[in-house]
Write a protein that binds this ligand. Structure first.
Ligand SMILES: [Zn+2]
Length: 70
């Protein structure tokens, strides 16, 4: 019975914990071409995961941009 339980759990996909490349500190604003700065703080471990949402704020037009890491 214990062996059957172990096999069942091992089939779980681990995509939710996949590591992602760290987001860049700045991106180019799509609207005005200015520089948007990362405003989402990193975890204490400086780790980023696929599916994390990071936000940028444009210094020129003040627009906010949300990106999903993949
Ligand atoms: Zn802008």
């Amino acid at each position: 019975m214990a062996a059957w339980l172990t096999e069942s759990v091992s089939d779980e996909p681990d995509a939710l914990s996949a590591r992602a490349e760290p987001p860049s500190d700045t991106i180019t604003c799509v609207d005005c071409g200015g520089t948007a700065h990362l405003i989402t703080p990193a975890r204490e471990e400086q780790l980023w995961f696929v599916g994390d949402i990071v936000a940028y704020r444009c210094g020129d037009c003040r627009d906010r941009w949300d990106l999903v890491l993949e």
